[in-house]
Design a protein around this ligand. Structure first.
Ligand code: SF4
Ligand code: FES
Length: 551
């Protein structure tokens, strides 16, 4: 394999890779601003310039390039030697940093990007530590460029990542460079707003604090945030995300790079769609129809009563010869589906199993950069169906419409219904059919079904539990719990374990996603839970190391 030497360290590389790509793959830092792996190369910021020596084709003798070369644009060559730490390279880094900071307001204490800003980091690593600039700085305006994004022009370093994103990835081209020289700045074209479905990504790729997320503005300092690796729990994309939270509260969701799934991007619906997680009206305690509502301080009693009543309702119906029906929401994980179905089938092995309603809005949309936004607004319809079919052992697993029909036709005597959708999901037909039978409801938000349920148990949304989803392309991916369930709610998997144990008069074990998957993988049809399951990368889970000092 061809080899290149960067600052004395040898690296093998693949044909076509640039010097910067080789270095970054080997986790050897070369400073860069304008280069981004998902965008075209413009080599305009000049911070990545390095001294490059190429071997002569005939003699093999190393010959220095006549001037510093942009490592983001220069292809790696066999035998090439690169110095980013030579006096010439270092002088360039210092000059570029000094140039970029000439008009920068250096308002880090009030900038949302502080703590994750490349300008700040490179200033420490490659800057000169003091400014020689005596004149007045150019002042530029703050601009409201779209529904989700603000532009603080005077922090911009004109890397043009944002402009290239709107041209190359979304194809919408709302952003442009206006003016030239010292008066050039980023703007939206007259009459346009940055309001495409992927607009929030420009905030992530802006290497400084120029493009900011309105939703996150001044909400939390980034060094207090803990990052947990997760996947999209709202649509069928399976997009990899990082959930950033502090003290039990989610503050933002960002894309997690996965070149096999979402590359570096997520849609705004995934970025902002999690807000219902902290809705005040979340279901927080079990409720039993005909009994007074439990108070928060009665939580242990509420759970004891709720679980016992659920087992009485479902177990009693099965013992009386009534057919049970289980509707598993496509918002639930494969592990949730497995444990809930195990509990229902333990009481009625012939129970009717069904996948809950799968919301579809419009059609899939693929952007010019190849990113697809999915019309299916549920993360796990395929995974839930796969698990239920494995447990049904050849019997049909219904869709929601067939389940509703079976309910209305009287062939289901008692039902177990799961929701967990981000908004009201109950159709008139299902509500009507369920008004005639007793049912256990496991849900997260109040809906028109809540007052009809015989027993209601509060479930947990995907950010509050671990599990696996199968996306629209059949990729099975794990996700980790980011925050604890709200108040006294519990993950559906834990509820099912509690119900199973309660039925046998035992104490339930704590839910362990890996152990449940191992059990699932031993079932014919579910072997892929052992062989094709993509767990979250260990290094994606990052704890905040910042201690809050009370003064
Ligand atoms: S706003 Fe950010 S991404 Fe856009 S050119 Fe300026 S620094 Fe680059
Ligand atoms: S990263 Fe190479 S010139 Fe900007």
């Amino acid at each position: 394999m061809p080899q290149i030497t960067i600052n004395g360290v040898k690296h093998e590389f693949n044909k076509g890779e640039t010097i910067l790509q080789v270095a970054l793959r080997a986790e050897q830092e070369i400073p860069h601003y304008c280069w981004h792996p998902g965008l075209s190369v413009v080599a305009s910021c000049r911070i990545c310039l390095a001294e490059v020596w190429n071997p002569d084709a005939k003699t093999g003798k190393l010959i220095p390039a006549t001037k510093l070369s942009p490592t983001c644009q220069t292809p790696a060559m066999d035998g090439q030697v690169v110095y980013t730490d030579s006096p010439k390279s270092v002088a360039n880094q210092k000059a570029v940093m000094e140039f970029l900071l000439i008009n920068h307001p250096v308002d880090c204490p009030v900038c949302d990007q502080a703590g994750e800003c490349h300008l700040q980091d490179y200033s420490y690593q490659y800057g000169r530590g003091e400014s020689r600039f005596q004149e007045a700085k150019n002042k530029r305006p703050k601009k409201d460029v779209g529904p989700n994004v603000l532009l603080y022009s005077d922090r911009c370093i004109m890397c043009t990542r944002c402009v290239r994103f709107t041209r190359e990835v979304t194809g919408t081209g709302e952003l442009m460079v206006q003016g030239r020289g010292s008066v050039e700045e980023i703007d939206v074209f007259p009459g346009l707003a940055l309001d495409n479905e992927l607009s929030g990504n420009v905030v992530d790729i802006c290497p400084v604090g120029a493009l900011l997320d309105k939703d996150f503005l001044f909400q939390q300092r980034v060094w207090f945030l803990t990052k947990t690796a997760s996947v999209d729990g709202l649509t069928a994309s399976g997009d990899n995300i990082s959930v950033e939270h502090h003290d039990g509260r989610v503050y933002r969701v960002k894309p997690r790079e996965n070149t096999e799934v979402n590359k570096w991007w997520i849609t705004d619906e995934v970025r902002y769609g999690w807000k219902f997680v902290h809705r005040e009206d979340r279901l927080k305690l079990p409720a039993v129809r005909g009994m007074d509502a439990f108070a928060m301080e009665q939580a242990p009693e509420a759970w004891e009563t709720g679980l016992a009543k659920a087992n009485d309702l479902v177990g009693g119906a099965a013992r009386a010869g009534k057919r049970l029906g289980l509707l598993v929401s496509p918002m639930l994980s494969c592990e949730d589906a497995w444990l809930l179905a195990k509990w229902v089938l333990a009481q009625d092995p012939q129970a009717e199993l069904a996948v809950g309603p799968v919301p579809v809005h419009g059609a899939d949309k693929t952007f010019p950069g190849g990113f697809t936004m999915y019309a299916e607004k549920a993360p796990n319809a395929r995974g839930v169906r796969r698990v239920l079919e494995a447990l049904a052992k050849g019997r049909a697993v219904h869709d929601a419409a067939a389940f509703e029909k079976a309910l209305a036709g009287g062939s289901i005597g008692t039902a177990v219904i799961t929701g967990n959708y981000p908004s009201d999901w109950v159709g008139a037909g299902l509500r009507e059919a369920l008004s005639r039978v007793p049912f256990l409801l496991v849900d997260t938000l109040p809906t028109s079904l809540t007052p009809l349920a015989s027993v209601t148990l509060p479930g947990a949304v995907w950010l509050e539990k671990s599990g696996s989803f199968e996306n629209a392309k059949g990729r099975l991916q794990g996700f980790d719990r980011a925050v604890q369930p709200t108040d006294f709610a519990k993950g559906e998997c834990q509820i099912a374990l509690d119900l199973l144990a309660g039925r046998d008069g035992m104490r339930a074990a704590a839910f362990d996603a890996a152990a449940v998957r191992a059990e699932m993988a031993r079932t014919p049809g579910l072997e892929r839970f052992a062989t094709e399951h993509h767990a979250t990368p260990a290094k994606a889970a990052a704890e905040s190391d910042m201690v809050l000092v009370e003064l």
